[in-house]
Design a protein around this ligand. Structure first.
Ligand code: SF4
Length: 170
């Protein structure tokens, strides 16, 4: 069957993918806020650092630089950073170790949430922890498998992250 690729993703796709990412951030923010504002500020700085690192270090080399990618970052990146070299995107080697910083965005609040539940059980915190785990696992899998990677032109050209996951998208 002929594969379909998006030149520019529709806005509803960008909305859905960001609903998952922003949902993860907001739940993380709520959980970390329980232990103090200082930790929340550090968490927000960490998220900002990762977003800038992604857009400056990866999106500039991506096919979707200046276009509407599934996450909308291709356009944002082109507003702040100069276009890179598309060869860098394909040639980059990604290992599981490289993904640890991204996993920490969810893992840190999940661990904090579990500790809070042990110290002082709350149904609200339990709900947020469960939701965070669902969004990070099933939510991300849905977004990548059904929306983002499935119609991604960069995947056809070459994507080290997609190779790492060795996921069947069709
Ligand atoms: S295949 Fe997936 S991970 Fe790779 S660039 Fe496309 S959307 Fe991003």
């Amino acid at each position: 069957m002929k594969e379909k690729y998006c030149e520019n993703y529709p806005l509803w796709a960008v909305f859905l993918t960001n609903l998952v990412s922003i949902g993860i951030y907001l739940i993380g923010i709520f959980i970390i806020l329980q232990i103090g504002i200082i930790w929340l500020v550090l968490y927000l700085i960490y998220i900002l650092f990762l977003e800038i690192k992604l857009m400056r270090g990866h999106c500039v080399d991506c096919y979707y630089y200046g276009k509407t990618c599934a996450f909308g970052r291709g356009r944002i990146s082109s507003l702040f950073f100069k276009k890179g070299n598309s060869k860098n995107f394909c040639n980059r080697k990604i290992t599981w170790k490289d993904l640890i910083p991204d996993f920490l965005v969810s893992l840190i609040p999940v661990i904090i949430g579990i500790v809070l539940l042990i110290i002082n059980f709350s149904f609200l915190v339990l709900l947020w922890v469960v939701l965070l785990i669902i969004l990070t696992s099933a939510g991300n899998a849905f977004v990548r498998g059904k929306i983002a990677c499935k119609y991604c032109k960069q995947r056809k050209i070459g994507c080290p992250a997609e190779k790492l996951f060795k996921k069947k998208i069709d």
